[in-house]
Ligand binder design. Structure first.
Ligand SMILES: Nc1ncnc2c1ncn2[C@@H]1O[C@H](COP(=O)(O)OP(=O)(O)O)[C@@H](O)[C@H]1O
Ligand SMILES: [Mg+2]
Length: 275
């Protein structure tokens, strides 16, 4: 397997382009010279084990964390020199829950509309549209602490898209959700892309999700991008019956997490054989 980073698949005008983006914390290099391009309207997956650097990369791309080295353009603006312009054009749903449980869904959306500088005259309409798009009209006046996990995630996605961003960053949007909740969140992400034409950058460690929904995937391990390609092409490299789990185990090399994925895969196979 080649260790060089390859960039394949269709690329229109890129909405994100990074060159050697690097972030160090003391002696630890959390993201090591990441170079990638994301096209308009593309769903781009960042896949990797815990600690791979996925959240750190997203935090740099959303201007929440300054890079130690390298540069990037996001939505056509320079990440460092034009951070305010970048922020106006992106939506960000962080890994940890960000909606306020003591407020209603509507009140959370109103706060976000102000934060994202949605003009006052447009606020009510945009909030109505966002609630409809995320399937939350019926619960708009309920306190968020009474929402299910999936409903909270959908509300947060609605909050992050009120200003019609060109790019939406979602850090583990389906973590901790049951299969139905995960599925609903994903359907809404697809719908969002279709309606806004926005690019979506999403992290997950659910391989089935990445396989079904991402146009292209970057595999991250120990801060390094080992490969960028379509799910189909990634599987093709390992033969007809490979799954993305297989690809992941192969690509992440000698990492300490490799065993985990290998073991899970072996256990699943054994379970199938004994079923
Ligand atoms: N603020 C921070 N200070 C020090 N180390 C950090 C900080 N944020 C992340 N790290 C470290 O950087 C590495 C990558 O973390 P992260 O980007 O959160 O990975 P992932 O999202 O893929 O699980 C980890 O080793 C983590 O402990
Ligand atoms: Mg993370």
């Amino acid at each position: 397997m080649s260790a060089t980073v390859e960039q394949q698949g269709p690329i229109g005008a890129p909405v994100i382009e990074t060159f050697g983006l690097t972030r160090r914390f003391g002696t630890l290099t959390a993201v090591d010279a990441a170079s990638l391009r994301v096209a308009r309207g593309e769903i781009f997956g960042l896949i990797g084990p815990n600690g791979a650097g996925k959240s750190t990369l997203i935090k740099m791309l959303t201007t929440m964390l300054p890079p130690s080295e390298g540069r990037a353009t996001v939505a056509g603006f320079d990440l460092r020199a034009q951070a305010a312009e970048v922020r106006r054009r992106i939506g960000y749903v962080p890994q940890l829950l960000s909606a306020d449980g003591e407020l209603t869904g509507y009140e959370n959306l109103l706060l976000s509309a102000r934060l994202y500088l949605v003009p006052r005259k447009e606020r009510e309409q945009r909030i109505r549209d966002a609630l409809a798009l995320m399937g939350l009209i019926e619960v708009r006046d309920r306190l968020v602490r009474q929402y299910s996990g999936g409903m909270i995630r959908r509300l947060e996605i609605a909050q992050s898209t009120l200003h019609s961003p060109a790019i939406i960053f979602l850090d583990e949007p389906t973590e901790g959700l049951d299969p139905v909740g995960r599925h609903t969140v994903w359907l809404h992400i697809l719908d969002l892309r279709a309606r806004l034409g926005a690019a979506v950058v999403v992290t997950t460690h659910y391989m089935d999700e990445a396989d079904m929904l991402c146009d292209r995937i970057a595999l991250l391990d120990h801060g390094r991008i080992s490969v960028i390609d379509t799910p189909a092409a990634l599987k093709e490299r390992l033969g007809a019956h490979a799954t993305l789990d297989d690809v992941f185990a192969e690509m992440t090399g000698e990492s300490s997490d490799r065993g985990t994925y290998r073991d899970v895969r072996r256990a699943r196979r054994a379970a199938r054989e004994h079923a």
